[in-house]
Design a protein around this ligand. Sequence first.
Ligand code: COA
Length: 324
Amino acid sequence: MTQIFSRISGTGRCLPERILTNRELEKIVDTTDEWIRARTGIERRHIAADDQTTADLAEGAARQAMEAAGVAPSEIDFLVVGTTTPDVVFPNVGCLLQERLGIGGFAAFSVEAACSGFIYALSIADRFIAGGQAKRALVIGAETLSRITDWTDRSTAVIFGDGAGAVVLEPSTEAGIISTHLGADGHYKDLLYHPYGTSRRQQPDDVEGPFIHMKGNEVFKVAVKTLEGIVDETMSANDLERGSIDWLIPHQANLRIIQLTAKRLGMSMEKVILTLQDHGNTSAASVPMALDVAVRDGRVRRGDLLLLEAFGGGFTWGSALIRY
Ligand code: COA
């Protein structure tokens, strides 16, 4: 029997219109454009309008990806969204999208894995297509992190942004998605978290607000080490030599982290897709948006070998090796 792979047949992205620059942030918190550029690489980020939700951004990205793939909404039969900022607890963002796209009757759900959400979602959808249980999957990473950012905390306010990226996956006799690798370690739960949910009751002595809390410096060190591990794992699982990847499409958290990962892979920064200067850290949306930017500007071409990777709260992490 011929092995079935999944392949990306179209990509899309959606960013809110409002752009917040580092200079504007100088008026909101005690920071400088120079500090933000030097420590993170970020220059500006997009912020959702008051009435704009994660599903709005996800819908924009999904429609673009379907158009690029030449696939009608009615042909989609699997829908998974990586997000930590869903519109509501339920229905999940996937179900909200089904209603907007006028489709339904198949599995639609969200994956909550922080910044690794898209890689987790991609890995799941890939398995369903490779197993013959889905024919056309919409895989999305979408976030409105501005809603859970403490705009008085300079250590996090300068980092995050909003947006959504999407891909359509279809079956193919050639890879496609060659391998995906996922991991997590809950022992790091206190380094990066959002303390509010629906089940844990707030305690009288709780002083933390409903925002992202991050011990940036400690997260940085674990992120670098973990990403080294996941790229090594991906390369050795596929018998690849250093320098054999055409494009690294990393999670856009910090330029210094990305540079260290590229060095590990023996790649020059010309072969790394960078969007963090324009998008900031958009969590689950960052990798699919970076992919879409590179596909649309012609850098990523059919046949190129791509390495996607992400690391985020949990901690969670993941990678995907893809023949585009
Ligand atoms: N503007 C100016 N100064 C700031 C600042 C800001 N926005 N934020 C922090 N500082 C200050 C700190 O108060 C500290 O001052 P001190 O030395 O007087 O105490 C100094 O800058 C250094 O702080 P530190 O937190 O050590 O900075 P850093 O170099 O580690 O950079 C991050 C901070 C958040 C940019 C960086 O740690 C990071 O990117 N971490 C990883 C993020 C990540 O990967 N997340 C996972 C995926 S979401």
